[in-house]
Write a protein that binds this ligand. Sequence first.
Ligand code: NCD
Ligand code: ZN
Ligand code: ZN
Ligand code: ZN
Length: 358
Amino acid sequence: MLELPGLIDPHVHLREPGGTHKEDFDTGTAAALAGGFTMVLAMPNTLPPLVDPASLVRARAAAHVKARCDYGIFLGAGEDNLELVPNLASQVCGLKVYMDQTYGPLRMGSLSALLAHFKRWPGPGPIACHAEGRSLAVVLALAQLFDQRIHICHVSLGVELELIRLAKQRGAQVTCEVTPHHLFLSQADLSAIGPGRAEVRPRLAPPEDVAALWEGMEWIDCFATDHAPHTLQEKDSAEPPPGYPGLETALGLLYGAVQEGRLTLDDLVRRMNTNPRQIFGLPVQPETWIELDEGATWEVRAAELHSRCGWSPFEGMKLSGRVRRVALRGRLAYQDGEVLAPKGYGQDLVAAVQPIPA
Ligand code: NCD
Ligand code: ZN
Ligand code: ZN
Ligand code: ZN
């Protein structure tokens, strides 16, 4: 057995409120524990989006009674919430800016609102950006103009990682994450996954870009699942929403890369615990660890996963290293397929004791 610190996933969609038929704080955090994650950071593209005190109160109330692992919550940057954001900043793990078309209504279309958010955001969390292609160049420039710390979500292309490397080399306060699906799947897998199910933003990339991400591993700060559950019925419909579930397959995929010598164990722990904790200013979780059966191999079967969405783009894949036990703050939270932490055990590690200002 291999003992590792509890993993931190800085990018998950728990769909509450407004999408609880896909996932909620209960099933999403159960999936997290089953995957070896003891802390997740939840994205604000809910329905309605998390952009003001009322929506934040509502999401926090749901998380408080339902979450089984620890969590933080992002605030969304909207075009109409400029005044509200600074007051809420200390309650959230970061400000999320959606620069490009993706799932849900949150989207930064206005350049002046974007500038105003970069001008006003007080931290302490970073501005997390969904910024593909040219949008990435925009937010890198703004980070330097306004001296902001930014975190780039789900980098998928070689040229994007190159831009991030150049910005880092010039001293920009930029960090980034890459998802397991962008490291282990490419355009070559589209037809096997199926056209609707394969929809995801950023899209799966050409194999050359996947290779460039692996080659540029030293510039990747975090692995984030971008766990984005949608039901099979939705994925197989005429208008499939983009997104893959990923909490329960991430460690098996990445530990397989450790066994193949493509990553060291230290590379993995830094990107799944140390770095996300530092980037988002998260506290150490005491008496928190996971136990991995290094020798075990298993086959992904969506029916056995805890997520409500009922499918996986990795269906049928053989993964290495199985999570046997998870301890969270001194309590056994998961063991051999059973989630033991009850609903409500999870704590908001960013805003635990702070009331929401009126
Ligand atoms: C995400 C979702 O479904 O919320 N979808 C996706 O394809 N990644 C949104 C996002 O992370 O951009
Ligand atoms: Zn309580
Ligand atoms: Zn995104
Ligand atoms: Zn996402």
